[in-house]
Design a protein around this ligand. Structure first.
Ligand code: DQA
Length: 151
């Protein structure tokens, strides 16, 4: 199974940005963690990060035909981007939304998620381990079907 992992704006600043919320480990540490977890699970994972909404849309579109599933942390665009929601719907691949922090326990505006409307699950507040859980969920679902979001 091939999974594309897409990370949105400011996640390249991990380790520097608000360490009390996001921890002291860097984005490179996250990529290493994901690659190690994927190897242990027998999954092929490829990680991308962009600070630009349009690039995130392009990365989602490019996953079509190249991956079986998507793990996405759209970061701040989670709460604003209809374009990312539409891209996820357009490719129809099973996708899981991940957040390092517990978005439901923070500011009110972080409780809104457009992208989750096209995702089969959301994993939040588990730090790096959330990415592993997301890959496990997708692996358990198998690579045979298009997404069928719960809502
Ligand atoms: C985040 C949560 C978002 O609200 C925030 O804008 C981020 C990171 C997380 O991983 O906890 O940039 O997606």
């Amino acid at each position: 199974m091939r999974i594309i992992i897409i990370n949105g704006p400011n996640l390249n600043m991990l380790g520097i940005r608000e360490p009390e919320i996001y921890g002291r480990e860097s984005y490179d540490d996250l990529v290493k963690y994901i690659e190690r977890s994927a190897m242990e699970m027998g999954v092929e994972a490829e990680c991308f990060q962009s600070n630009h909404e349009g690039e995130l849309v392009t990365l989602i579109q490019r996953a079509l035909g190249r991956a079986d599933a998507i793990v996405i942390n759209p970061a701040a665009y989670t709460h604003t981007s209809v374009a990312i929601l539409d891209a996820l719907k357009a490719v129809g691949l099973p996708a899981v939304e991940v957040h390092l922090s517990d978005v439901n326990a923070r500011e009110e505006f972080r409780r809104v998620s457009y992208s989750s409307l096209a995702c089969v699950a959301v994993v939040a507040g588990k730090g790096f381990a959330g990415y592993r859980e997301a890959m496990e969920l997708l692996l358990a679902r198998g690579s045979d079907s298009r997404s069928s979001p719960a809502r």
